[in-house]
Design a protein around this ligand. Structure first.
Ligand code: UD2
Length: 297
């Protein structure tokens, strides 16, 4: 997209900041971020920063005034925190999302919603299509699912152009902190020469998608005519955690031992996207394979 006024909520976060980088050259970009987990140093100079909470109607109203597109990435991303404090995370992940949809309605702005594979819970069949049963196993998943459904409803009921992207396991530069993904954890361990900690037998698998592909999906979502829909965003390739550990070990030339820990309680065994809907309606297919994605890190 070009020559648009856009708002990225959570724009200082991992995915949000990469999206901001891609939008800045050709658009007027605003970022709403509370900087609780977001990082100011990830933002380029030519963005308007609104330092505020997405739950705050005044901050949101200010940020959204006159925008053409909102990319909604503000969230409490820690799944385990949602288990410990469901109401806390619900306020940010669901209530604020509804507030944002209302605000977008006032502005007649398109909304691209960051959803998650967490909406599916334990898959009955793989790969997962968008019509698979949705049985989230955590409050985080429930909150993402409800937001995803509200986005669809806002298109149905009010004609608001919304597009929902269900991300699988996103990785890439700037993913950090205690709730970051397994790839950044393993990389850090490999670099430090510490043991690489595989939880359980390591045969569980995930669809790891590079953040640059996720950014491209957002760009497509900002332009598509196929609104009111949810799209899986992954690569279509599944990799086991053990294979991942070995790949990272050899890519870094690390001599870290691979050790096994207790499996994570409630861990999903396998997850993988069928992305044919995104290919059909958004023209999206992932470009970065896991090995080259890891090597570039
Ligand atoms: C991902 C998303 C989460 C949600 C969920 C939906 C990330 C960071 N999180 O959670 O937001 O959308 O999918 O299903 O993308 N593991 C190890 N050793 C470690 C760390 C992790 O073996 O040191 C394993 C872990 O047990 C799991 C796998 O790696 O089987 C992936 O873990 P994760 O935390 O990166 O992501 P996941 O799939 O739990």
């Amino acid at each position: 997209i070009r020559d648009e006024t856009v708002l990225v909520t959570g724009g200082a976060g991992f995915i949000g900041s990469h999206l901001v980088d891609a939008l800045v050259p050709q658009n007027e970009v605003r970022v709403l971020d509370s900087f609780t987990t977001g990082d100011r140093t990830h933002l380029p100079d030519d963005v308007t920063v609104i330092d505020g909470d997405v739950r705050d109607p005044i901050a949101l109203q200010r940020a959204a005034r006159g925008v053409d597109v909102v990319f909604h990435h503000a969230a409490v991303v820690s799944v385990s925190r949602s288990v410990d404090e469901p109401r806390q995370s619900n306020r940010t992940n669901l209530e604020a999302s509804l507030l944002l949809l209302e605000q977008a309605r006032q502005e007649d702005a398109r909304v691209v919603v960051a959803s998650s594979a967490a909406v599916y819970g334990h898959p009955e069949e793989l790969p997962l299509t968008e019509t698979a049963p949705t049985n989230p196993t955590t409050p985080y998943g429930v909150q993402k699912l409800a937001t995803d459904q509200y986005a669809r409803l806002y298109e149905d009921l009010y004609g608001l152009p919304t597009v929902t992207l269900r991300y699988f396991n996103v990785y890439g530069p700037r993913q950090q902190g205690p709730y970051s993904g397994v790839i950044s954890t393993f990389l850090e361990q490999a670099r430090a020469g510490d043991p690489i900690t595989v939880e359980g037998d390591g045969q569980q698998s995930r669809d790891f998608v590079h953040v640059s592909d996720v950014v491209r999906a957002n760009m497509r979502a900002a332009a598509t005519d196929a609104v009111g829909e949810a799209y899986n965003i992954g690569t279509g390739q599944r990799t086991s955690v053990l294979t991942l550990a070995e790949t990272i070990r050899s890519a870094t030339g690390s001599s870290s031992p691979i050790v096994h820990r207790e499996p994570r309680a409630g861990d999903i065994r396998h997850s993988g996207a069928d992305t044919s809907k995104a290919t059909r309606d958004l023209g999206f297919t992932a470009r970065v394979g896991l090995e080259s994605g890891i090597r570039s890190l």
